[in-house]
Design a protein around this ligand. Structure first.
Ligand code: SAM
Length: 294
């Protein structure tokens, strides 16, 4: 469906802050109201393919590598001997594609609530779905992540919550009961990482999650990356584990594990970037420091 060049699609996530921006559309590739959310995929002259769910940018061809690499290689190489990985959300399969680069990972299970996000990603994000959907180490479950972690008998070394923001179907994925259910299906010393927003615009979202982590785990914190289309400077990724040493692993250790993992290609993640990502700027460190158990 060819649209007038001047259609502009707004990002509405930060309207509450009196801040908004819009992307000029070259071509709308796909648009629908699914059972769970409004989905639009369009071509943008600078960011390439852009997926938006309920007015929030999810993934773009231009900068997807930053988020996908930091949400996967950091927990997996910090852990050091992960075999079972659970992805909650992750519709477009960009996270699964990075996880499967680790040959030592025996099985990746993705629990996505909205089958249409995966369906349309087959056609529009083959760069993610092709290496994933045919892979025998990959399982796809269409279900609410909350229901899955509350009932599964399986146990996971890494849990990656690649969710939408805390609105609509994604809201429950920021709740105490969800984090507690994730903890129940994690092995000893396992790590959970979460998509946790942009601290400058969403500080309460981050501190609320970390406070909940600290009620359930020995170590609750976050690490950062700069992702251009998650506007607002730093993007925070929540971190929860019972092994507080894991996020203090030195560059040398991470570099050795990366070498053992075959030094697969990355465009953002390096052992140095990995370690530096846990060094929080003071304004974020102070918020994280105050995120107390309530
Ligand atoms: N990287 C993106 C971000 O940071 O905004 C998220 C990408 S991914 C597309 C988010 C996925 O989470 C979507 O496909 C959405 O359908 C899924 N999702 C939302 N709520 C869910 C739930 N309760 N259980 C499982 N998947 C859910």
């Amino acid at each position: 469906m060819r649209m007038g060049l001047n259609r502009r699609i707004p990002e509405t996530l930060f309207d509450g802050h009196g801040f908004g921006m819009a992307y000029e559309v070259d071509r709308v590739l796909y648009e629908m109201q699914t059972e769970h959310q409004h989905l639009v995929l369009f071509e943008h002259k600078f960011f390439g393919k852009m997926l938006m769910l309920d007015g929030a940018t999810q993934v773009t061809s231009k900068d997807e590598f930053i988020y996908h690499e930091m949400m996967t290689h950091v927990p997996i190489l910090a852990h050091g001997h992960a075999r079972e990985v659970l992805i909650v959300g992750g519709g477009d399969c960009g996270i699964a594609e990075e996880v499967l680069k680790h040959k030592s990972i025996r099985r990746v299970t993705q629990v996505e609530i909205d089958a249409s996000v995966v369906e349309f990603s087959k056609e529009h994000f083959p760069e993610f779905t092709k290496p994933v959907l045919g892979n025998k180490r990959f399982d796809l479950v269409i279900d609410d992540g909350m229901k899955f972690v509350a009932k599964t008998e399986r146990r996971f070394d890494i849990v990656i919550v690649d969710s939408t923001d805390p609105q609509g179907p994604g809201k429950v994925l920021f709740s105490h009961k969800f984090y507690a259910a994730c903890r129940r299906c994690m092995t000893n010393g396992a790590i959970m990482v979460t998509q946790n927003g942009v601290p400058i615009f969403q500080p309460a979202e981050l501190t609320a999650s970390i406070a909940k982590f600290r009620k359930l785990f020995a170590d609750g914190s976050c690490y950062l990356a700069a992702i251009p289309t998650y506007v607002g400077g730093h993007m925070a990724m929540g971190w929860a584990t019972d092994n507080a040493k894991l996020r203090q692993a030195p560059v040398k250790t991470i570099a050795e594990r990366y070498k053992k993992a075959g030094r697969f290609a990355t465009k953002y993640w390096t052992p140095e970037v990995h370690v530096a990502a846990f060094a929080l700027p003071r304004f974020i460190a102070e918020k994280v420091g105050k995120a107390r158990k309530r």
